[in-house]
Design a protein. Structure first.
Length: 309
């Protein structure tokens, strides 16, 4: 069974327990227009829609996979999405383990490592002889270790060069600021923001617009900056129900400055999301959709979100 068959089966059958989370509707026509990573995220967030249109959704996924998609990266996107959607630590652990099981099953179907035969044992001989598996592995330890390294420690394959970008921006600059707004406006399913402070209403308006079009927005900021004059973070929660967390530690700063959209692209650098950062300070930023970088920043955000109160 291939990874395509396994995940298609997950989308195509079974039932889920009732949840307080209201899943948004996603049509097959809209899903067919999405890039693979966004399709996986949105279909999981809209699981009832996927199940109700399972044939169409399975066909969409199979087309992505048959086009040479990086299945290892797909598994990472699935795990990140399920972990985010889980309502408690037990569900999150179950989601992570389920993804590991799927990865192992896909690896096995692709022809993984076969344990070496015990010395002196033929192919059809009974397994009851007094030889341990450790002894058998010991006869081929170099080969076993090499195959394990190859199978378990290969990094995700990068996207085609034409699909991956790394862009640089510098402040003060309205052109660079407009690039940030366009980046925020391109979020389709999730927007995770981790910044020292937000005092620029232009940025706040872009965040509000994302929330209004159904994007799942989360903010992490510094606890002391939260009460500074002009800070928009509490207003975003009170007026627009956008959740935030702080480091809640007066002895140090939460000084990271990055944002991740749809777990597929990152904006990061020295730029503070403030009026001074936009119009006065010398700041530098890079923006990239490199899969490994996006996954790393998304994982860092989730780690901080779980750590902070």
């Amino acid at each position: 069974m291939s990874l395509s068959d396994i995940i298609s089966a997950c989308l195509g059958g079974g039932s889920s327990a009732p949840s307080e989370r209201q899943a948004p509707y996603l049509s097959a026509d809209d899903a067919a227009q999405m890039p693979l990573e966004v399709f996986v995220q949105r279909s999981l967030e809209s699981a009832p829609s996927a199940l109700g249109q399972s044939n169409a959704f399975c066909d969409i996924f199979r087309k992505h996979i048959s086009g040479g998609a990086n299945t290892a990266y797909v598994a990472q996107v699935v795990q990140d999405s399920l972990t985010r959607l889980a309502s408690n630590d037990t569900d999150r652990a179950a989601a992570q383990w389920a993804c590991q099981i799927l990865a192992l099953a896909a690896q096995s179907s692709a022809g993984g490592y076969h344990p070496p035969q015990v010395q002196g044992q033929s192919q059809g001989q009974s397994q009851g002889q007094n030889h341990s598996y450790a002894q058998a592995v010991g006869t081929d330890s170099a080969g076993w270790e090499m195959q394990q390294r190859q199978q378990h420690h290969q990094p995700p394959q990068p996207q085609a060069k034409s699909d991956v970008y790394v862009r640089s921006y510098f402040f003060p600059s309205e052109e660079s600021f407009n690039a940030l707004v366009q980046f925020l406006d391109s979020a389709q399913s999730s927007l995770d923001i981790c910044v020292f402070n937000i005092t620029d209403n232009g940025v706040a308006n872009a965040i509000i617009a994302a929330k209004r079009r159904g994007v799942d927005v989360r903010i992490i900021t510094d606890d002391e900056q939260l009460t500074c004059k002009g800070s928009d973070v509490e207003r975003l929660q009170e007026d627009h129900n956008i959740p935030f967390k702080t480091d809640n530690d007066p002895t140090k700063f939460m000084h990271s400055k990055f944002a991740v959209i749809d777990r597929r692209a990152v904006w990061c650098g020295s730029y503070n999301w403030t009026v001074a950062g936009r119009r006065s300070n010398n700041e530098s930023v890079i923006c990239t959709n490199d899969p490994e970088t996006a996954h790393a920043f998304s994982s860092e955000f989730n780690s901080l979100w779980n750590q902070f109160s």
